[in-house]
Design a protein around this ligand. Structure first.
Ligand SMILES: Cc1ncc(COP(=O)(O)O)c(C=O)c1O
Length: 304
């Protein structure tokens, strides 16, 4: 991260090197922070943040689920994201709003503790590298959290310990990424991505009941697919359906659309990006860069 990078913090811009917290910060010790991941893309009309309002809404929903009082309104959060892009003169970026209990102390009770909101924006390329080569995945021995244990639909820091375990396991075994099953034994999602398979030209993705995070990219893909007349089905996916799918891909703000070319060493789509994946991926890339007028209401221009 560049030295001059500025964070937005509780209403002010501070140099990221000057933004310091105590080592006993509650959210650092107990994972009680909440966050979002948003991308901003360069377009002919300047930088544009993709689906900012939807990300801001999910951030506030996560705060509500975790009873976290935020001293900021949803429109102030949106304005602060735009401001952070402009303050850092970024054209494209990954934006990370983060709310946390910053008071130091021992003990996990948060009642009466104050919260802080910080927003970082940094340059960030493709999560799994350039190109359409695709990634190799394994089904993890760790199941995805479920809502009887932790709110699977919330984007809270502590939830990601589960994702970290699954990714670590996959990487240690020589795979690029993990796929987690739900506790009921159906396919859930990646550690930080939703999953789609293509079977006989039908796009299939696990439903909310599989304890997935309802991804904003997932929602975008479903709407794009419906727009081009591709049938989309949200239903439970059995593990073996992953192996016999015609195509598979991950979706996510960081991962964008990432082709999956093998799962548990079974090759998918002849080890290449499949045609449906390519079509959706190209369309998504055009939309986020403002080259497709159909979904232009998903973009918030920072110079607007
Ligand atoms: C667990 C998990 N699933 C799915 C996603 C994809 O969500 P989105 O498309 O909103 O980035 C993410 C990323 O935020 C995630 O962390």
């Amino acid at each position: 991260m560049a030295q001059q990078n500025y964070l937005w913090m509780d209403g002010k811009f501070v140099r990221s090197v000057d933004a310091k917290v105590h080592i006993l910060t509650h959210s650092l010790q107990y994972g009680s922070g909440i966050f979002e991941g948003i991308r901003c893309y360069n377009t002919d009309n300047g930088p544009a943040i993709f689906r900012l309002k939807d990300h801001a809404k999910r951030f506030f929903n996560t705060a509500k689920i975790y009873r976290m009082p935020l001293k900021i309104s949803i429109s102030e959060l949106e304005a602060a994201c735009i401001g952070t892009i402009n303050k850092n003169h970024l054209k494209s970026a990954y934006i990370r709003p983060f709310a946390f209990y910053k008071e130091p102390g021992i003990g996990f009770n948060v009642s009466g503790k104050t919260t802080s909101v910080a927003i970082a924006a940094i340059e960030f390329g493709p999560l799994f590298g350039e190109g359409q080569k695709g990634i190799k995945c394994m089904v993890s021995s760790w199941n995805r959290i479920n809502s009887t244990i932790l709110p699977a639909g919330a984007k809270a820091s502590g939830n990601y310990i589960n994702s970290i375990l699954a990714s670590q396991e996959a990487n240690a075994a020589g795979y690029d990424e993990a796929i987690l099953m739900s506790s009921s034994g159906t396919v859930a999602e990646g550690p930080g991505e939703n999953i789609f398979i293509v079977q006989d030209n039908i796009l299939i993705t696990p439903p909310k009941s599989a304890n997935i995070l309802l991804g904003i990219t997932r929602d975008s893909i479903i709407k794009i697919a419906e727009n081009i007349g591709l049938q989309v089905v949200e239903r439970d996916i059995r593990r073996e359906e992953l192996y016999t799918s015609d195509e598979a891909f991950f979706s996510g703000t960081a991962a964008e659309l990432t082709p999956i070319i093998s799962i548990d060493s079974r090759q998918i789509a002849n080890g290449r990006q499949g045609p449906v994946t390519k079509m959706l991926r190209d369309r998504y890339a055009a939309i986020v860069r403002g080259e497709d007028k159909e979904f232009s209401n998903w973009l918030t221009f920072t110079k607007g």
